[in-house]
Design a protein around this ligand. Structure first.
Ligand SMILES: NC(=O)C1=CN([C@@H]2O[C@H](COP(=O)(O)OP(=O)(O)OC[C@H]3O[C@@H](n4cnc5c(N)ncnc54)[C@H](OP(=O)(O)O)[C@@H]3O)[C@@H](O)[C@H]2O)C=CC1
Ligand SMILES: CC(C)(CO)C(=O)C(=O)O
Length: 329
């Protein structure tokens, strides 16, 4: 199997570097300063235990790759960047190759399945950050992360097994399952707090908002007949396989949404995290005002170029009350 990593950031960079370091054939698709750095100097993967430099070919566009039947294509850009990437894969002649959505949320699989027949979902549990062009940090030990893998919308096949074997060799714990979307919906609930951390800051006491977001999500899932696996922080595999540890000299700014704001990347994934709950609510007649509020807040932060952690908690409380989301906290 050859692994094509499309979007070589925190997650894609960790997967690409760890796979290349374990002797596997990898091609990255990256852009801007990241592409230039990888081409010039490879990609430095830093973990709590060590730093290792991986070298693998990296291109700017899928049309530069002669695709093979044994390619596995891993999408690891943020959801808002998926649609143009799928168009580039189509332009490059990709057809039957398996496409793995190594991404949060539950939208990417549907986007991909409109265009390609062999689509797979991956639940990503991997705290990782693109710290500088040419450098990624993966904070989990003893494994870089835990991935649940399966065919979309359900079932599993030999492509899942082949990727799981490759990931295991790269020190990423991989679990193949026939109902991976149950796992991805469970992870989505966990990611509803990405915007809380991004807006209010890592240290803010946002538990009461998290509970509101989660309640709305569970009600919307039930109304939509969606089954989810509630693993969250209590997944027993975490203690054994995935313990977050600091990396000397590196400050982890936070989760993936916080990282987008910190980098000033001009977009965030909230429309596909909290926005998924809002969409389900609207489709199934379930009110989701708290998730809708935070979708709007995320969009406002991008528009006004606000830094992570710059929204005071009292402002959020006042706005939620004024919007009639809650009477009091
Ligand atoms: N980071 C984390 O700890 C976790 C992230 N996730 C999920 O994993 C997915 C990836 O997140 P993450 O790695 O943090 O994101 P990053 O922003 O760190 O990485 C995505 C990379 O993809 C690049 N990219 C986007 N579109 C293209 C394109 N058309 N061609 C080439 N490169 C492209 C981006 O470039 P550019 O910067 O120029 O936009 C960026 O380098 C998301 O769905 C996220 O929610 C899940 C669990 C944990
Ligand atoms: C759970 C968490 C916050 C881990 O980093 C994540 O999925 C993300 O950053 O998007």
């Amino acid at each position: 199997m050859r692994i094509i990593v499309y979007g070589v950031g925190g997650i894609g960079g960790t997967v690409a570097a760890a796979s290349a370091l374990s002797g596997q054939e990898v091609i990255g698709i990256a852009r801007g300063a990241q592409l230039e750095a990888i081409r010039n100097n490879g990609l430095l993967l830093r973990t709590p235990e060590r730093a290792s430099r991986a070298h693998f070919p990296c291109v700017e566009d899928p049309t530069e790759i002669t695709f093979r039947s044994d390619d596995a294509i891993l999408l690891s850009m943020k959801t808002q960047d998926t649609l143009p990437a799928l168009e580039r894969l189509r332009a490059a002649g990709v057809a039957e190759q398996p496409i793995f959505c190594v991404q949060n949320g539950v939208s990417n699989e549907r986007f991909a399945l409109r265009r390609f027949p062999e689509v797979h979902g991956v639940t990503v549990m991997m705290p990782a950050t693109l710290t500088a062009p040419g450098e990624v940090c993966a904070f989990s030990t003893p494994r870089h992360g835990i991935f649940d893998i399966g065919r979309y919308p359900s079932c599993r096949n030999s492509h899942d097994d082949a990727l799981a074997q490759a990931l295991e060799a790269a020190n990423i714990a991989a679990f193949v399952m026939s109902d991976v979307m149950q796992s991805k919906y469970g992870k989505l609930i966990l990611n509803l707090r990405n915007i809380l951390e991004a807006a209010l800051g890592l240290e803010a006491d946002y538990g009461r908002f998290d509970a509101l977001l989660r309640n709305e999500a569970e009600t919307a899932f039930k109304a939509a007949g969606i089954v989810w696996r509630d693993f969250g922080g209590s997944d027993p595999r975490r203690e054994q396989l995935m313990r977050s540890r600091p990396i000397e000299g590196v400050h982890r700014s936070g989760g993936s949404t916080t990282q987008s704001l910190a980098r000033g990347s001009g977009s965030i994934e909230t429309d596909y995290l909290n926005g998924e709950i809002v969409l389900l609510g609207r489709l199934h007649g379930v009110p989701t005002p708290a998730n809708a509020y935070f979708v709007d807040l995320g969009a406002r932060m991008i528009r006004e170029k606000l830094k992570p952690g710059s929204i005071p908690i009292a402002q959020v409380e006042a706005e939620l009350k004024a919007a009639g989301v809650v009477d009091r906290f």
